[in-house]
Design a protein around this ligand. Structure first.
Ligand code: 5SP
Ligand code: FE2
Length: 232
């Protein structure tokens, strides 16, 4: 199966930014090459952590013209879609596990004029999105268990990335990117890109890098370097 021609995009997760200087950190990663800004919304119910809501999206919206990529890790996401759309999200991803009405949630996002993504936990099979093929602008595959930054990439997710890419391509959805989220660094990005993902979310790797420009470049170009065996 040939690799998708979609460009590799870098989406720094502001979960690892300095919240006391959030605008400065957003500006900084944009100036250093970020394509999207990834916003992790957690409610303390879907995941065991509480982070930020629409006011933060609204606060960073004027800071950059880069797309704000909102990842909702909240139960009943339908209740808040309008708030995030109004706050300035460009894309909104909801977890398949967080709503019994996934199709409706995606239609709501489109009705608000936004791009719709579905996020899947590591344990959720790709078949969870079969019924919403026509409603997808993005598939977000968690490569850690959601809830926290700084965790290690779960390697068996590489098979799931490949399975998802093959399924999307078979549906004629070659334009729909796969975003990977969790434990992304230049090494894991290489594996993920070679498996068919093109949007790299990275929080700790970018915000804690001594040289953020270099880190963004290394993640973007990860797959251009010679293969090394995946160590076990
Ligand atoms: O959605 C999540 C975590 O649930 C992510 O977006 C993390 O924020 C990624 O952080 P790193 O693993 O890159 O540090
Ligand atoms: Fe995320």
């Amino acid at each position: 199966m040939s690799h998708t021609p979609l460009p590799v995009l870098i989406a720094p997760s502001i979960l690892s930014a300095d919240f006391g200087h959030l605008a400065d950190d957003v500006r900084d990663v944009v100036n250093r090459g970020a394509d999207w800004i990834h916003v992790d919304v957690m409610d303390g119910r879907f995941v065991p952590n509480i982070t930020m809501g629409p006011v933060v999206v609204e606060g960073i919206r004027p800071v950059t013209d880069r797309p704000l990529d909102v990842h909702l890790m909240i139960v009943e996401p339908e209740r808040y879609l309008e708030d995030f759309a109004r706050a300035g999200a460009e894309r909104i991803s909801v977890h398949a596990e967080a709503t019994p009405h996934l199709h409706r949630a995606l239609e709501m996002i489109h009705g608000l004029g936004k791009l719709a993504g579905v996020a899947l936990n590591p344990s959720t099979p790709v078949s969870a999105i079969y019924h919403v093929a026509e409603n997808l602008d993005l598939v977000l595959l968690m490569t850690v268990n959601p809830g926290f930054g700084g965790q290690s990439f779960i390697r068996p997710m590489l098979t799931k990335i490949r399975e998802t890419r093959d399924w999307l391509d078979r549906q004629g959805l070659t334009h729909v990117p796969i975003e990977v989220d969790g434990g992304i660094n230049p090494e894991t990005a290489k594996w993920a890109i070679e498996s068919g993902a093109t949007v790299m979310v990275a929080g700790s790797a970018i915000f804690r890098a001594p040289d953020r420009t270099l880190m963004i470049q290394q993640i973007r170009q990860a797959a251009s370097h010679p293969s090394v065996p995946i160590s076990r």
